[in-house]
Design a protein around this ligand. Structure first.
Ligand SMILES: *[C@@H]1O[C@H](CO)[C@@H](O)[C@H](O)[C@H]1NC(C)=O
Length: 356
């Protein structure tokens, strides 16, 4: 009894076989079929090869979420050169939470404003890259991927001994501020705090020495990561008037960067700028200097490097191989089946040139 049912089961499984076995002697091969097979195999190999490159490649995925980090400090990295002597200028930050943030982290270094030929070349290249970045956004992905391997974006040191007097001041270093809107500025005179904010002691500086021409070699927020280019890096402004005000309005976007090489908390920013000549007689009031108003966006961007998973690669590979195989199979068989069917109907010998 048991034997019978086992046999039945075996027969049932046999019937399920989707791959009927045709005896070798029934199978005919032909030159045309062989050519089609060769073409099909070549196409399979080619497509599988390209697919492998797609598999090897990675891409950046951007996601947005509300920034939930509300307690950390924001780091500002600055490297800016102003065409005034160091004793005449002062830099500090005012933010909404505290009236004034100590700017101890900043160094004042007397330098020459004009760049050496080599530095000029470097600077021009930087501006070129910045221009391309504005036009081609996919370049940002390349930068993200090559970060850490990239060269630092700071200006290289001078290679020659300058003969001109040190007429400019390079202000560089970093500051920690509260993660709220604020204003980083460079104006005449050192800042002196007083109970209601702070003042700059400017009375001793003659207006003739005012010159807020400046070059921003680096301005970034958050962790400093070599290889990342910030929108203001390389900006150079030369003014023709002594009393001039430069304003930069910056919106900082916290960015979590996760590539296969690094995982970093950084900040991107967008910026708009405005400059204006201060002339009290003409109704253009204000304080001459460089003002950077920044604000932190409430959205956070998460940039992750993505990779095609292995299973997906295998499925696509099966799709390519199976798809080409069955398509060419159908193409080869169809004319034979058509002619064979009509031959049978008309009772003439099976003679299709393609099938012989
Ligand atoms: C300010 O300094 C720059 C660079 O040294 C110079 O080209 C420019 O003419 C100066 N501007 C004024 C108003 O003196």
């Amino acid at each position: 009894m048991r034997r019978v049912s086992r046999k039945k089961a075996l027969n049932f499984v046999k019937e399920l076989d989707a791959f009927p076995k045709v005896p070798e002697s029934y199978v005919e091969t032909s030159a045309s079929g062989g050519t089609v097979s060769l073409v099909a195999f070549a196409a399979m190999a080619l497509l599988a090869f390209f697919e492998f490159f797609v598999y090897r490649d990675t891409w950046m995925q951007y996601e947005y979420e509300v920034d939930k980090d509300f307690s950390s400090k924001l780091r500002i990295n600055i490297d800016i050169t102003v065409a005034m002597r160091c004793q005449f200028v002062g830099a500090d930050v005012l933010d909404l939470a505290e009236t004034m943030v100590s700017s101890d982290g900043l160094l004042y270094e007397p330098v020459v404003f004009e760049l050496s030929p080599q530095q000029r070349l470097w600077h021009r290249t930087l501006l070129l890259v910045q221009n391309r970045l504005r036009e081609e956004h996919s370049l940002q992905d390349v930068i993200f991927k090559s970060i850490m391997r990239g060269a630092p974006t700071a200006l290289p040191p001078r290679e020659d001994d300058p003969t001109q007097p040190l007429n400019a001041c390079r202000i560089h270093g970093h500051l920690y501020v509260n993660k709220v809107a604020g204003n980083f500025h460079i104006t005449v005179g050192k800042a002196i705090p007083h109970p209601r904010g702070h003042a700059h002691l400017a009375a001793l500086v003659s207006h003739e020495t005012y010159n807020f021409s400046h070059r921003i070699d680096h301005l970034s927020f958050g962790e400093e990561i070599p290889g990342i280019l910030n929108p203001l890096d390389g900006t150079e402004k030369v003014c023709t008037d002594h009393n001039q005000m430069f304003q930069y309005f910056i919106t900082i976007v916290p960015t979590k960067l996760e590539t296969y090489k690094v995982s970093a908390e950084t900040h991107q920013y967008s910026v708009t700028e405005r400059e204006r000549v201060i002339n009290h007689a003409a109704g253009s009031h204000g304080v001459s200097g460089i003002f950077m108003k920044y604000d932190v966006s409430s959205l956070r961007v998460r940039v992750t490097e993505q990779h095609m998973p292995l299973w997906q690669f295998l499925v696509r590979l099966c799709g390519i191989v199976g798809g080409i195989f069955s398509t060419t199979d159908q193409c080869c068989r169809w004319p034979c089946e058509q002619s064979d069917a009509s031959a049978l109907r008309e009772q003439r010998p099976l003679a299709s040139p393609f099938c012989s």
